[in-house]
Design a protein around this ligand. Structure first.
Ligand code: AMP
Ligand code: TRP
Length: 337
């Protein structure tokens, strides 16, 4: 394989407000990569992915700007990283079509997210929902990205991206697309619902108390943690003692991720605490970390024109990378230009 420029790409759907799961599982990692400075970093609001399920146009526009505000408030610097909205860079969708013709039906059918989301009602799901992982592969490969930081739920999609890259390279006898590496690290790769420690915290959960939204105020954050589902036993002294206690494990993981330590360190300090005390502590910690982010988001949302300027500039910078990669792809597959 040729040497590819070290480049990080990741995307978040503007399909609702950001949750603590997105923040700890993805956005905090995005900021880390930017700060490390070893890779170019590209972060994307994937609005074309969001419309695989019905979206109200005004709400989608607002969510896209709010997601951009969330990235900025969390510490993404639009000078050091490329901050871009998917639909403003047409090469994503163009390469997505090419990959629809590379990926096999059998590969798509194995995607667990498709099976979960479409469920028994697959007949009525959009064709886009089915094809979504091929577009995701295009998002990554249209930048020749080498590393993709994501939460645990996206692992299978990144593996599919590698399969698509390998099949394309093999079919055309080239070494053109990199096999991008998933980066799924730390304690926050799967933050669970506050109401059910066996289910992922999700912006699409109908029960608002199941998640912390980045726009929640201090009262809401405290209330949700205080009411989080737990069991009556005190905290154990080590991680092994969390076996069979998914709700408590989740709170310990959240505490560790927010404090930048490990679950073992949290338990070493809090061993024997009653859950009521621990939840109050956790609520204070969460408020202290999230309140500055949410107030900065609110400030940025007061000036949508500035957000739109940042996105326009991001699209311009992104296309300096994506246009030549799409052109070379078209040459490889035999398009007359
Ligand atoms: P989405 O909101 O589905 O577009 O997800 C954006 C990013 O956040 C992806 O990298 C997800 O894997 C990550 N993510 C979403 N929910 C969670 C969660 N509950 N725990 C950890 N990471 C998550
Ligand atoms: N599918 C991802 C999610 O729902 C979002 C996404 C789209 C993405 N394209 C991507 C993530 C490319 C990483 C890389 O969370």
């Amino acid at each position: 394989m040729p040497d590819f420029t070290p480049r990080v790409f990741s995307g978040v759907q503007p399909s609702g407000g950001l949750t603590l799961g997105n923040y700890l599982g993805a956005i905090v990692k995005f900021v880390d990569w930017q700060e490390r400075g070893t890779h170019e970093t590209v972060y994307c609001m994937v609005d074309l992915h969001a419309i695989t399920v019905p979206q109200d146009p005004e709400t989608l526009r607002r969510n896209t700007r709010e997601l951009c505000a969330g990235f900025l408030a969390a510490g993404i610097d639009p000078e050091r990283s490329i901050l871009v909205n998917q639909s403003q860079v047409p090469e994503h969708a163009q390469l997505g079509w090419v990959f629809n013709c590379v990926a096999r039906m059998g590969w798509m059918e194995r995607m667990t997210q498709w099976k979960d989301k479409a469920g028994a009602n697959a007949e009525r799901a959009s064709l886009g929902l089915y094809a979504y992982p091929a577009l995701m592969a295009a998002d990554i490969l249209v930048y020749h990205a080498t590393h993709v930081p994501v939460g645990d739920d996206q692992k299978q999609h990144i593996e599919l991206c590698r399969d698509i890259a390998a099949k394309f390279n093999h079919d055309y006898g080239v070494e053109f697309f990199p096999l991008a590496e998933p980066v799924i690290e730390g304690v926050a790769t799967r933050i669970m619902s506050l109401r059910d420690g066996t289910k992922k915290m999700s912006k699409s959960d109908p029960v608002d108390a199941s998640r912390i939204n980045l726009t929640d105020d201090a009262d809401a954050i405290s209330r949700k943690f205080r009411k989080a589902k737990t069991d009556p036993d005190p905290l154990p002294g080590e991680v092994a003692g969390l076996e069979g206690r998914p709700d408590v494990r989740n709170l310990v993981n959240i505490h560790a991720a927010l404090a930048g330590t490990t679950p073992d360190a949290v338990l070493a300090e809090k061993a024997g605490s009653q859950l009521g005390h621990f939840k109050a502590d956790l609520a204070d910690l969460a408020v202290s970390k999230l309140a500055p982010v949410s107030s900065e988001m609110a400030r940025l949302m007061d000036d949508p024109a500035e957000i739109d300027r940042i996105l326009a500039r991001g699209a311009q910078r992104a296309r300096e990378i994506t246009v030549p990669i799409l052109e070379r792809t078209y040459d490889i597959i035999g398009m007359v230009r």
